[in-house]
Design a protein around this ligand. Structure first.
Ligand code: NI
Length: 191
């Protein structure tokens, strides 16, 4: 397994509508393993394929640490979503802070519906359909946006966006620090 560099927010791959994955392959299995390793290394709860430069309808999540307090019955540990379809259900709209491994150093409150219905293939290409709410729903909606070319900062008003401008400039030029590998790379200051 390898830790892959994560592309940052101004990369055009993050703005594409990603493509369906037609079939399973060894290459796909390796990509999924690498995505989990990359996500854990960045201490993320989700990672979408465009974030490592692959315009594919694939994301991985591990929301277990955050959901165990909400609901002890359910395990939202490692889940792989291939070719997912997310339907927003009529439900309460909730504001929660979000961050993104592609936009290090930025956390902002985003309002989204609580309940979603998701149809997807797991890494064995077995089909699933399930309704999610709470934290795990939030993570899935954020990751699903990535394969649709949408970033969470798109939901912010122009005032909040203006306040973020200088931070986003740092990310754009590769000057933003993170504890995990990013593209563009930060210029090596010394050695
Ligand atoms: Ni993200």
């Amino acid at each position: 397994m390898s830790i892959l560099p994560i592309v940052t927010y101004n990369d055009s791959v993050l703005r594409e509508k990603a493509k369906d994955i037609p079939e399973n392959s060894d290459q796909l299995q390796k990509l999924i393993d690498d995505m989990f390793e990359t996500m854990y290394n960045g201490q993320g709860v989700g990672l979408a394929a465009p974030q490592i430069g692959e315009s594919l309808r694939l994301f991985v999540i591990d929301a277990d640490a955050f959901t165990s307090e909400e609901d002890d019955e359910k395990d939202y540990g490692p889940i792989t979503f291939i070719n997912p379809v997310v339907k927003l259900l009529e439900s309460e709209k909730i504001a929660m802070d979000e961050g993104c491994l592609s936009i290090p150093g930025v956390r902002e409150s985003v309002t989204r519906p609580d309940k979603i219905e998701v149809t997807w293939l797991d890494r064995e290409f077995k089909e699933h359909k399930e309704v999610f709410s709470g934290w795990v729903s939030r993570v899935i909606q954020h990751e699903y946006d990535h394969i649709e070319g949408v970033l969470f900062i798109d939901y912010l008003g122009s005032f909040r966006k203006r306040l973020l401008r200088s931070k986003l400039n740092l990310v754009e030029t590769g000057a933003m620090e993170a504890d995990y590998p990013l593209l563009p790379k930060k210029e090596a200051a010394a050695k």
